[in-house]
Design a binder for this molecule. Structure first.
Ligand code: B12
Ligand code: SF4
Ligand code: SF4
Length: 390
Protein backbone atom coordinates (compact mmCIF):
# COMPACT_ATOMS: atom_id res chain seq x y z
CA UNK A 1 0.00 0.00 0.00
CA UNK A 2 1.38 3.46 -0.85
CA UNK A 3 1.70 6.17 1.84
CA UNK A 4 -1.13 8.04 0.09
CA UNK A 5 -3.38 4.98 0.36
CA UNK A 6 -2.42 4.48 4.01
CA UNK A 7 -3.32 8.10 4.69
CA UNK A 8 -6.70 7.68 3.04
CA UNK A 9 -7.50 4.55 5.06
CA UNK A 10 -6.39 6.07 8.36
CA UNK A 11 -8.48 9.17 7.64
CA UNK A 12 -11.51 6.97 7.03
CA UNK A 13 -10.90 5.17 10.34
CA UNK A 14 -10.95 8.60 12.00
CA UNK A 15 -14.10 9.60 10.11
CA UNK A 16 -15.79 6.41 11.31
CA UNK A 17 -15.16 7.63 14.88
CA UNK A 18 -16.74 10.98 14.07
CA UNK A 19 -13.54 13.02 13.59
CA UNK A 20 -14.05 15.60 10.85
CA UNK A 21 -10.65 17.12 11.55
CA UNK A 22 -7.61 14.88 11.18
CA UNK A 23 -4.12 15.53 9.82
CA UNK A 24 -0.86 13.64 9.49
CA UNK A 25 2.73 14.55 10.32
CA UNK A 26 6.01 12.78 9.82
CA UNK A 27 7.24 11.50 13.20
CA UNK A 28 10.71 13.11 12.98
CA UNK A 29 11.63 14.97 16.23
CA UNK A 30 10.35 18.53 16.68
CA UNK A 31 13.52 20.52 17.35
CA UNK A 32 11.92 24.00 17.60
CA UNK A 33 9.20 22.90 19.99
CA UNK A 34 11.78 21.10 22.12
CA UNK A 35 13.84 24.28 22.40
CA UNK A 36 10.74 26.39 23.22
CA UNK A 37 9.46 23.92 25.84
CA UNK A 38 12.94 23.60 27.38
CA UNK A 39 13.11 27.40 27.69
CA UNK A 40 9.65 27.41 29.33
CA UNK A 41 10.83 24.77 31.78
CA UNK A 42 14.10 26.48 32.61
CA UNK A 43 12.46 29.90 33.01
CA UNK A 44 10.01 28.43 35.52
CA UNK A 45 7.02 29.18 33.27
CA UNK A 46 5.62 25.68 33.80
CA UNK A 47 5.18 26.51 37.49
CA UNK A 48 4.52 23.42 39.65
CA UNK A 49 3.69 21.11 36.73
CA UNK A 50 6.82 19.15 37.52
CA UNK A 51 5.86 16.10 35.49
CA UNK A 52 6.96 18.20 32.49
CA UNK A 53 10.67 17.81 33.21
CA UNK A 54 13.56 17.61 30.73
CA UNK A 55 12.91 13.94 30.07
CA UNK A 56 9.21 14.63 29.39
CA UNK A 57 10.08 17.42 26.94
CA UNK A 58 12.53 15.13 25.14
CA UNK A 59 9.93 12.38 24.84
CA UNK A 60 7.13 14.81 23.99
CA UNK A 61 9.00 15.98 20.92
CA UNK A 62 10.17 12.54 19.75
CA UNK A 63 7.36 10.01 19.17
CA UNK A 64 9.88 7.17 18.76
CA UNK A 65 10.09 7.17 22.57
CA UNK A 66 6.30 6.77 22.71
CA UNK A 67 6.15 4.03 20.06
CA UNK A 68 9.26 2.25 18.78
CA UNK A 69 9.64 2.70 15.02
CA UNK A 70 7.12 5.59 14.93
CA UNK A 71 6.74 7.03 11.43
CA UNK A 72 3.45 8.94 11.48
CA UNK A 73 1.68 11.15 14.00
CA UNK A 74 -2.04 11.39 13.34
CA UNK A 75 -3.65 14.37 15.08
CA UNK A 76 -7.40 14.42 15.70
CA UNK A 77 -9.60 17.29 16.88
CA UNK A 78 -12.92 17.28 18.73
CA UNK A 79 -14.81 20.59 18.32
CA UNK A 80 -16.17 22.24 21.47
CA UNK A 81 -17.94 25.48 20.48
CA UNK A 82 -18.87 28.27 22.89
CA UNK A 83 -22.31 27.87 24.42
CA UNK A 84 -25.22 29.94 23.08
CA UNK A 85 -25.67 33.32 24.75
CA UNK A 86 -29.04 32.27 26.17
CA UNK A 87 -27.31 29.64 28.31
CA UNK A 88 -24.22 31.61 29.19
CA UNK A 89 -26.04 34.81 30.14
CA UNK A 90 -28.02 33.77 33.19
CA UNK A 91 -29.44 36.21 35.75
CA UNK A 92 -26.82 37.43 38.22
CA UNK A 93 -28.71 36.21 41.30
CA UNK A 94 -27.74 33.81 42.73
CA UNK A 95 -24.07 34.62 42.16
CA UNK A 96 -22.74 32.22 39.55
CA UNK A 97 -19.22 31.26 38.60
CA UNK A 98 -17.82 30.40 35.18
CA UNK A 99 -16.35 27.09 34.10
CA UNK A 100 -14.26 26.91 30.92
CA UNK A 101 -16.23 25.56 27.98
CA UNK A 102 -14.13 22.42 27.64
CA UNK A 103 -15.03 21.46 31.22
CA UNK A 104 -18.73 22.38 31.10
CA UNK A 105 -19.79 18.85 30.16
CA UNK A 106 -18.28 15.37 30.21
CA UNK A 107 -14.56 14.78 30.61
CA UNK A 108 -13.17 14.93 27.06
CA UNK A 109 -10.47 12.38 27.92
CA UNK A 110 -13.22 9.83 28.39
CA UNK A 111 -14.80 10.84 25.09
CA UNK A 112 -11.50 10.55 23.22
CA UNK A 113 -10.22 7.34 24.84
CA UNK A 114 -12.62 4.75 23.37
CA UNK A 115 -12.41 6.40 19.95
CA UNK A 116 -8.60 6.34 20.00
CA UNK A 117 -8.63 2.76 21.29
CA UNK A 118 -10.80 1.63 18.38
CA UNK A 119 -8.57 3.40 15.85
CA UNK A 120 -5.47 1.78 17.38
CA UNK A 121 -7.12 -1.65 17.37
CA UNK A 122 -8.13 -1.28 13.73
CA UNK A 123 -4.58 -0.29 12.73
CA UNK A 124 -3.19 -3.34 14.53
CA UNK A 125 -5.75 -5.70 13.01
CA UNK A 126 -6.20 -4.34 9.49
CA UNK A 127 -2.59 -3.31 8.80
CA UNK A 128 -0.72 -5.65 11.17
CA UNK A 129 1.10 -2.49 12.29
CA UNK A 130 1.91 -0.88 15.63
CA UNK A 131 -0.07 2.06 17.00
CA UNK A 132 -0.61 3.91 20.27
CA UNK A 133 -2.99 6.71 21.19
CA UNK A 134 -2.96 9.45 23.80
CA UNK A 135 -4.95 12.50 24.81
CA UNK A 136 -3.58 15.37 26.86
CA UNK A 137 -1.81 13.47 29.64
CA UNK A 138 0.54 11.44 27.43
CA UNK A 139 4.10 12.48 26.70
CA UNK A 140 3.44 14.33 23.43
CA UNK A 141 3.32 18.09 22.93
CA UNK A 142 0.06 17.99 21.04
CA UNK A 143 -0.15 21.54 19.69
CA UNK A 144 3.22 21.60 17.90
CA UNK A 145 2.41 18.17 16.45
CA UNK A 146 -0.93 19.49 15.29
CA UNK A 147 0.80 22.50 13.74
CA UNK A 148 3.31 20.33 11.90
CA UNK A 149 0.45 18.17 10.60
CA UNK A 150 -1.28 21.24 9.14
CA UNK A 151 -4.39 20.81 11.31
CA UNK A 152 -4.02 24.45 12.32
CA UNK A 153 -1.40 26.93 13.49
CA UNK A 154 -0.35 28.03 16.96
CA UNK A 155 -1.72 31.51 17.59
CA UNK A 156 -0.18 34.14 19.83
CA UNK A 157 -2.23 32.70 22.70
CA UNK A 158 -0.34 29.41 21.99
CA UNK A 159 -3.75 27.85 21.19
CA UNK A 160 -3.95 25.72 18.07
CA UNK A 161 -6.21 27.62 15.68
CA UNK A 162 -8.09 25.41 13.23
CA UNK A 163 -9.71 27.04 10.21
CA UNK A 164 -13.46 27.19 10.89
CA UNK A 165 -13.07 26.26 14.58
CA UNK A 166 -10.39 28.69 15.77
CA UNK A 167 -9.23 27.66 19.27
CA UNK A 168 -12.49 25.80 20.02
CA UNK A 169 -11.21 22.22 19.71
CA UNK A 170 -9.50 19.59 21.83
CA UNK A 171 -6.72 17.38 20.55
CA UNK A 172 -5.84 13.69 20.59
CA UNK A 173 -3.05 11.78 18.88
CA UNK A 174 -2.40 8.34 17.38
CA UNK A 175 1.20 7.39 16.62
CA UNK A 176 1.88 4.50 14.25
CA UNK A 177 4.83 2.83 12.53
CA UNK A 178 2.88 2.98 9.26
CA UNK A 179 4.11 5.47 6.73
CA UNK A 180 1.25 7.80 5.73
CA UNK A 181 1.63 10.80 3.41
CA UNK A 182 2.07 13.84 5.67
CA UNK A 183 0.05 17.04 5.29
CA UNK A 184 1.77 20.38 4.77
CA UNK A 185 1.88 22.86 7.68
CA UNK A 186 -0.56 25.73 7.07
CA UNK A 187 0.89 29.00 5.85
CA UNK A 188 -1.21 31.10 8.19
CA UNK A 189 -0.44 33.38 11.09
CA UNK A 190 -2.21 35.80 13.43
CA UNK A 191 -0.82 38.78 11.51
CA UNK A 192 -1.09 42.01 13.50
CA UNK A 193 -3.93 40.79 15.76
CA UNK A 194 -3.25 41.06 19.51
CA UNK A 195 -6.75 40.55 20.90
CA UNK A 196 -5.93 37.57 23.13
CA UNK A 197 -2.98 39.42 24.65
CA UNK A 198 -5.19 42.39 25.48
CA UNK A 199 -8.05 40.16 26.71
CA UNK A 200 -5.95 38.09 29.12
CA UNK A 201 -6.94 39.39 32.59
CA UNK A 202 -3.61 38.58 34.23
CA UNK A 203 -1.06 39.40 31.51
CA UNK A 204 -0.13 35.72 31.23
CA UNK A 205 0.50 35.97 27.48
CA UNK A 206 3.79 37.70 26.70
CA UNK A 207 3.47 41.14 25.05
CA UNK A 208 4.56 39.76 21.66
CA UNK A 209 2.55 36.56 22.08
CA UNK A 210 3.61 32.89 21.58
CA UNK A 211 4.46 32.45 25.26
CA UNK A 212 2.09 31.76 28.16
CA UNK A 213 3.46 31.99 31.67
CA UNK A 214 1.51 29.41 33.67
CA UNK A 215 2.45 31.22 36.91
CA UNK A 216 0.10 34.02 35.82
CA UNK A 217 -2.55 31.96 34.04
CA UNK A 218 -6.01 31.57 35.60
CA UNK A 219 -6.35 28.18 33.95
CA UNK A 220 -3.18 26.94 35.65
CA UNK A 221 -4.12 28.26 39.08
CA UNK A 222 -7.72 27.08 39.07
CA UNK A 223 -6.91 23.60 37.70
CA UNK A 224 -3.33 22.59 38.40
CA UNK A 225 -2.14 24.66 41.35
CA UNK A 226 -2.58 22.66 44.57
CA UNK A 227 -1.58 25.52 46.86
CA UNK A 228 -2.74 29.05 47.45
CA UNK A 229 -3.46 31.46 44.62
CA UNK A 230 -1.04 34.40 44.75
CA UNK A 231 -2.87 37.21 46.51
CA UNK A 232 -1.94 39.82 43.94
CA UNK A 233 -3.58 37.80 41.16
CA UNK A 234 -6.88 36.91 42.81
CA UNK A 235 -8.75 40.10 41.94
CA UNK A 236 -8.07 39.48 38.22
CA UNK A 237 -9.74 36.07 38.26
CA UNK A 238 -13.25 37.53 38.10
CA UNK A 239 -15.81 34.76 38.40
CA UNK A 240 -13.74 31.97 36.79
CA UNK A 241 -13.79 28.91 39.03
CA UNK A 242 -12.30 26.30 36.70
CA UNK A 243 -10.15 27.18 33.70
CA UNK A 244 -10.45 30.37 31.68
CA UNK A 245 -11.59 31.04 28.11
CA UNK A 246 -10.78 34.73 27.77
CA UNK A 247 -7.99 34.17 25.21
CA UNK A 248 -10.30 31.87 23.24
CA UNK A 249 -13.40 34.06 23.29
CA UNK A 250 -11.42 37.06 22.08
CA UNK A 251 -9.98 35.21 19.07
CA UNK A 252 -11.50 36.30 15.75
CA UNK A 253 -10.48 33.03 14.07
CA UNK A 254 -13.04 31.22 16.23
CA UNK A 255 -15.75 33.85 15.79
CA UNK A 256 -18.09 31.59 13.81
CA UNK A 257 -17.33 28.31 15.57
CA UNK A 258 -20.58 26.51 16.26
CA UNK A 259 -19.77 22.79 16.17
CA UNK A 260 -19.45 20.71 19.33
CA UNK A 261 -18.94 16.99 19.66
CA UNK A 262 -22.39 15.87 20.94
CA UNK A 263 -20.80 14.19 23.98
CA UNK A 264 -19.31 17.54 25.03
CA UNK A 265 -22.55 19.51 25.14
CA UNK A 266 -23.51 20.10 28.79
CA UNK A 267 -26.92 18.93 29.98
CA UNK A 268 -27.91 22.40 31.22
CA UNK A 269 -26.67 25.89 32.10
CA UNK A 270 -25.38 24.74 35.49
CA UNK A 271 -22.57 22.92 33.71
CA UNK A 272 -20.89 26.16 32.72
CA UNK A 273 -22.41 28.63 35.20
CA UNK A 274 -23.05 26.97 38.58
CA UNK A 275 -24.44 28.89 41.54
CA UNK A 276 -21.45 29.47 43.82
CA UNK A 277 -22.72 29.48 47.41
CA UNK A 278 -23.94 25.84 47.43
CA UNK A 279 -20.52 24.66 46.26
CA UNK A 280 -18.99 25.82 49.55
CA UNK A 281 -21.16 23.26 51.37
CA UNK A 282 -19.75 20.27 49.44
CA UNK A 283 -17.79 17.72 51.45
CA UNK A 284 -15.51 15.22 49.68
CA UNK A 285 -18.29 12.71 49.00
CA UNK A 286 -20.73 15.35 47.74
CA UNK A 287 -18.01 16.84 45.51
CA UNK A 288 -17.38 13.45 43.90
CA UNK A 289 -21.10 12.83 43.55
CA UNK A 290 -21.64 16.16 41.80
CA UNK A 291 -18.58 16.22 39.53
CA UNK A 292 -17.84 12.55 38.77
CA UNK A 293 -16.96 12.13 35.07
CA UNK A 294 -16.21 15.83 34.61
CA UNK A 295 -12.83 17.59 34.28
CA UNK A 296 -13.59 19.50 37.53
CA UNK A 297 -12.42 16.42 39.45
CA UNK A 298 -8.87 17.49 38.57
CA UNK A 299 -9.01 20.48 40.94
CA UNK A 300 -10.11 18.23 43.81
CA UNK A 301 -12.61 19.38 46.39
CA UNK A 302 -10.32 21.77 48.27
CA UNK A 303 -9.00 23.34 45.05
CA UNK A 304 -12.48 24.00 43.70
CA UNK A 305 -13.70 25.50 46.98
CA UNK A 306 -10.60 27.72 47.06
CA UNK A 307 -11.54 28.94 43.56
CA UNK A 308 -15.16 29.48 44.58
CA UNK A 309 -14.02 31.67 47.50
CA UNK A 310 -11.97 33.84 45.14
CA UNK A 311 -14.88 34.18 42.71
CA UNK A 312 -17.26 35.14 45.53
CA UNK A 313 -14.74 37.70 46.74
CA UNK A 314 -14.73 39.20 43.26
CA UNK A 315 -18.36 38.85 42.26
CA UNK A 316 -20.37 37.94 45.37
CA UNK A 317 -23.32 39.81 46.85
CA UNK A 318 -23.88 40.56 50.59
CA UNK A 319 -26.09 37.47 50.77
CA UNK A 320 -23.06 35.32 49.94
CA UNK A 321 -21.36 36.20 53.25
CA UNK A 322 -23.20 33.35 54.97
CA UNK A 323 -21.66 30.75 52.63
CA UNK A 324 -18.23 32.30 53.10
CA UNK A 325 -18.71 32.23 56.85
CA UNK A 326 -19.25 28.48 56.60
CA UNK A 327 -15.98 28.23 54.63
CA UNK A 328 -14.12 29.97 57.49
CA UNK A 329 -14.71 26.79 59.50
CA UNK A 330 -13.71 24.42 56.68
CA UNK A 331 -11.31 21.60 57.60
CA UNK A 332 -8.96 22.71 54.80
CA UNK A 333 -6.60 25.61 55.63
CA UNK A 334 -6.51 26.38 51.89
CA UNK A 335 -10.26 27.00 51.91
CA UNK A 336 -10.23 28.92 55.22
CA UNK A 337 -7.46 31.23 54.04
CA UNK A 338 -9.15 32.05 50.73
CA UNK A 339 -12.47 32.51 52.51
CA UNK A 340 -10.82 35.15 54.71
CA UNK A 341 -9.58 36.98 51.62
CA UNK A 342 -12.98 36.69 49.94
CA UNK A 343 -14.88 38.02 52.96
CA UNK A 344 -12.77 41.14 53.19
CA UNK A 345 -12.88 41.75 49.43
CA UNK A 346 -16.64 41.33 49.25
CA UNK A 347 -17.08 43.47 52.38
CA UNK A 348 -14.99 46.32 51.00
CA UNK A 349 -17.07 46.38 47.83
CA UNK A 350 -20.33 46.45 49.74
CA UNK A 351 -19.38 48.62 52.74
CA UNK A 352 -19.62 45.77 55.27
CA UNK A 353 -16.32 46.27 57.08
CA UNK A 354 -17.51 45.83 60.66
CA UNK A 355 -19.53 42.71 59.87
CA UNK A 356 -16.59 41.13 58.02
CA UNK A 357 -14.08 41.92 60.77
CA UNK A 358 -16.41 40.39 63.35
CA UNK A 359 -16.73 37.19 61.32
CA UNK A 360 -12.98 36.88 60.86
CA UNK A 361 -12.28 37.41 64.56
CA UNK A 362 -15.04 35.07 65.64
CA UNK A 363 -14.01 32.14 63.42
CA UNK A 364 -10.28 32.67 63.03
CA UNK A 365 -9.40 34.40 66.29
CA UNK A 366 -7.52 31.37 67.58
CA UNK A 367 -6.44 30.02 64.17
CA UNK A 368 -3.23 27.96 64.32
CA UNK A 369 -2.39 27.46 60.65
CA UNK A 370 0.29 29.99 59.56
CA UNK A 371 -1.18 30.51 56.05
CA UNK A 372 -4.67 31.16 57.39
CA UNK A 373 -3.34 33.47 60.11
CA UNK A 374 -1.50 35.47 57.50
CA UNK A 375 -4.65 35.75 55.33
CA UNK A 376 -6.72 36.72 58.38
CA UNK A 377 -4.26 39.40 59.44
CA UNK A 378 -4.03 40.77 55.92
CA UNK A 379 -7.82 40.88 55.64
CA UNK A 380 -8.22 42.58 59.02
CA UNK A 381 -5.58 45.17 58.21
CA UNK A 382 -7.36 45.98 54.93
CA UNK A 383 -10.69 46.24 56.69
CA UNK A 384 -9.19 48.60 59.24
CA UNK A 385 -7.50 50.75 56.60
CA UNK A 386 -9.60 52.75 54.18
CA UNK A 387 -8.06 51.28 51.02
CA UNK A 388 -9.57 49.27 48.19
CA UNK A 389 -8.94 45.48 48.23
CA UNK A 390 -6.21 43.92 46.08
C1 B12 B 1 0.39 22.00 30.44
C2 B12 B 1 -0.85 22.39 29.69
C3 B12 B 1 -1.50 23.55 30.07
C4 B12 B 1 -0.90 24.54 31.05
C5 B12 B 1 0.18 25.38 30.35
C6 B12 B 1 -0.27 25.90 28.99
C7 B12 B 1 0.81 26.61 28.21
N1 B12 B 1 0.41 27.43 27.27
O1 B12 B 1 1.97 26.41 28.42
C8 B12 B 1 -2.15 25.33 31.51
C9 B12 B 1 -2.73 24.68 32.75
C10 B12 B 1 -1.92 26.81 31.79
C11 B12 B 1 -3.08 25.09 30.34
C12 B12 B 1 -4.11 25.92 30.02
C13 B12 B 1 -4.99 25.70 28.97
N2 B12 B 1 -5.06 24.58 28.22
CO1 B12 B 1 -3.78 23.23 28.26
N3 B12 B 1 -2.46 21.80 28.06
C14 B12 B 1 -1.35 21.58 28.63
C15 B12 B 1 -0.67 20.34 28.05
C16 B12 B 1 -0.88 19.16 29.00
C17 B12 B 1 0.80 20.53 27.74
C18 B12 B 1 1.11 21.87 27.02
C19 B12 B 1 2.52 22.26 27.28
O2 B12 B 1 3.37 21.44 27.42
N4 B12 B 1 2.80 23.53 27.35
C20 B12 B 1 4.15 23.95 27.50
C21 B12 B 1 4.46 24.89 26.37
C22 B12 B 1 5.95 25.14 26.30
O3 B12 B 1 4.04 24.24 25.20
P1 B12 B 1 3.18 25.05 24.13
O4 B12 B 1 2.22 25.98 24.73
O5 B12 B 1 2.64 24.10 23.13
O6 B12 B 1 4.41 25.90 23.57
C23 B12 B 1 4.56 26.35 22.30
C24 B12 B 1 4.48 27.87 22.24
O7 B12 B 1 4.49 28.40 23.55
C25 B12 B 1 5.69 28.22 21.43
N5 B12 B 1 6.71 28.99 22.11
C26 B12 B 1 7.18 28.89 23.35
N6 B12 B 1 8.18 29.72 23.54
C27 B12 B 1 8.35 30.37 22.36
C28 B12 B 1 9.24 31.36 22.02
C29 B12 B 1 9.18 31.87 20.72
C30 B12 B 1 10.13 32.92 20.38
C31 B12 B 1 8.22 31.37 19.80
C32 B12 B 1 8.12 31.91 18.44
C33 B12 B 1 7.33 30.36 20.19
C34 B12 B 1 7.42 29.90 21.47
O8 B12 B 1 6.35 27.04 21.06
C35 B12 B 1 5.98 26.02 21.93
C36 B12 B 1 6.09 24.71 21.25
O9 B12 B 1 5.36 24.72 20.05
C37 B12 B 1 -1.48 20.17 26.71
C38 B12 B 1 -1.68 18.74 26.24
C39 B12 B 1 -0.43 18.17 25.61
N7 B12 B 1 -0.07 16.97 25.97
O10 B12 B 1 0.19 18.84 24.79
C40 B12 B 1 -2.83 20.85 27.04
C41 B12 B 1 -3.50 21.64 25.93
C42 B12 B 1 -2.47 22.47 25.26
N8 B12 B 1 -4.41 22.50 26.66
C43 B12 B 1 -5.53 22.73 26.07
C44 B12 B 1 -6.53 23.62 26.52
C45 B12 B 1 -7.91 23.51 25.89
C46 B12 B 1 -6.22 24.58 27.50
C47 B12 B 1 -7.10 25.76 27.95
C48 B12 B 1 -7.88 26.43 26.83
C49 B12 B 1 -8.07 25.26 29.06
C50 B12 B 1 -8.96 26.34 29.63
N9 B12 B 1 -10.01 26.75 28.93
O11 B12 B 1 -8.74 26.76 30.74
C51 B12 B 1 -6.04 26.70 28.58
C52 B12 B 1 -5.44 27.67 27.55
C53 B12 B 1 -4.26 28.45 28.03
C54 B12 B 1 -3.34 28.82 26.87
N10 B12 B 1 -3.49 30.00 26.30
O12 B12 B 1 -2.50 27.98 26.50
C55 B12 B 1 -5.63 21.99 24.75
C56 B12 B 1 -5.39 22.98 23.61
C57 B12 B 1 -6.23 22.73 22.38
C58 B12 B 1 -5.94 23.78 21.34
N11 B12 B 1 -6.90 23.99 20.45
O13 B12 B 1 -4.91 24.40 21.34
C59 B12 B 1 -4.48 20.90 24.94
C60 B12 B 1 -3.76 20.51 23.66
C61 B12 B 1 -5.15 19.68 25.59
C62 B12 B 1 -5.92 18.83 24.58
N12 B12 B 1 -5.58 17.56 24.46
O14 B12 B 1 -6.79 19.31 23.88
N13 B12 B 1 -2.71 23.98 29.63
S1 SF4 C 1 -6.43 30.99 29.88
FE1 SF4 C 1 -7.03 33.05 30.67
S2 SF4 C 1 -5.35 33.65 32.06
FE2 SF4 C 1 -4.58 31.91 30.81
S3 SF4 C 1 -3.58 32.87 29.05
FE3 SF4 C 1 -5.71 32.55 28.41
S4 SF4 C 1 -6.77 34.46 28.94
FE4 SF4 C 1 -4.83 34.47 30.04
S1 SF4 D 1 -6.74 36.52 19.23
FE1 SF4 D 1 -5.58 37.18 17.42
S2 SF4 D 1 -3.43 37.02 18.06
FE2 SF4 D 1 -4.62 35.83 19.53
S3 SF4 D 1 -4.57 33.75 18.76
FE3 SF4 D 1 -6.44 34.71 17.93
S4 SF4 D 1 -5.83 35.54 15.93
FE4 SF4 D 1 -3.95 35.08 17.06
Amino acid sequence: MTPAEVRKQLASLAAREGFAHVSFAEAAPLADARAAATAALEDGRLATMTWMDHDWVRRATNPATFLGGARTVMVLALPVAPLPESEADLPTSPTRGRIARYAAGRDYHRVFEPKLRRIVRAIRQDFKAQARGTVDYGPLLERPWAARSGLGWQGKSTMLLIPGLGPWALLGVVVTDLSASPDEPLRKSCGSCTRCIVACPTGAISPQGDIVDARLCISYHTIENRGSIPRGLRASFGDWIFGCDDCLTSCPVGRNASQSAPELVPAGPDGARPALAPLLALDDAAFVERFRGRPIMRAKRDGLLRNVCVALGNAGAPGDLAALELALSDASPLVRGHAAWAIHTLALRHGLRAQAAALLLHHLGSEQDPFVRDERDFALSRLAADTPAR
